[in-house]
Ligand binder design. Sequence first.
Ligand SMILES: Nc1ncnc2c1ncn2[C@@H]1O[C@H](COP(=O)(O)OP(=O)(O)O)[C@@H](O)[C@H]1O
Ligand SMILES: [Mg+2]
Length: 347
Amino acid sequence: MTTADSAAAKDWPGVRLHVVTGKGGTGKTTVAGALALALAGRGASRRRASGPARTPRVLLVEVEGRQGLAQLFDSPPLPYEERRVATVPGGGEVWALAIDPEQALLEYLDMFYKLGAAAKALKRFGAIDFATTVAPGIRDVLLTGKTCEAVRRRAREEGRTFHYDAVVMDAPPTGRITRFLNVNSEVSGLARVGPIHNQAEAVMRVLTSAQTAVHFATLLEEMPVQETLDGIKDLRAAGLPVGGIMVNQARDVVLTDAQLKRAATEGVDRVELSAGLAEVNLDRPPIVDALSALATEHAQRVLLELDQRESLSDCDAPIYELPLLNEGVDRVGLDRLATSLRDQGAA
Ligand SMILES: Nc1ncnc2c1ncn2[C@@H]1O[C@H](COP(=O)(O)OP(=O)(O)O)[C@@H](O)[C@H]1O
Ligand SMILES: [Mg+2]
């Protein structure tokens, strides 16, 4: 590999834009953060082997204005400005940007129409508010446009082609992702020539290319899994590149299939359980009952999770598992998730 792709993911070698979607609450923001850290950690071993070279630089973008990234990295709220939020061993850097559609529109007007002062006047008259809040399509054009600008931005320094080796987007939820990513194809159809048409086409070129992968964060529960399956179908129908499935908060299965089935239907062996409890002087019926009920509940849940895992494996996308962090999601936890993603080849 050349230095130009030292932050390329093993399973996603040509990908420079990783979009992370998923049902709300399943861990989009957490997974996006872990993936960014994992990508920033790429190339460290190669660098050691081949002497000093540039370190990977990864940008995390947030498009829903919730300051979730600032919270995740325990930093003050992010302004509309790229800020470094983490460094990893080996020197790789994670930067973050909360894209504000209003600021992005001003930037856009200035870029295409040199509207500097006029754009500020538009803002005073509320035209910007109108465009960014009343017309959701325009909002999405701006958010995807700014993201793709970061993906394509050229480096000013020697030894680097692009300013960012990879961009990771904490994207809108599964139900809206296809429409969100596809919005520019509607725009380029509406504006058939001119700068807006060209810009929309350039964005779609990035989003539909092998440079982009859309990953799905999910839990092993019925609703998020169903949304993932539907989302993958929708994306494929729209010609957008499906990435991997990131099963979040995964638990190791410690019981065999036979043990699980038995515990789920008949409960556990009460004689054996009582004998075990007798050794620690706890073999009282209410304790046996409570533990037995817990075991049944656990086994039933694990069996449901196994079913969900099987449904996911039908849709022909690589599956990665991120462990449940019992201590909560702090930087140590995020690093654990990042290592796990790298060990599985996602980065
Ligand atoms: N692997 C994990 N282990 C433990 N808690 C997690 C894990 N992933 C996410 N969480 C927690 O679950 C909640 C939802 O995660 P978040 O990333 O904010 O989801 P989303 O962005 O999809 O709404 C947060 O409180 C987060 O800290
Ligand atoms: Mg979030």
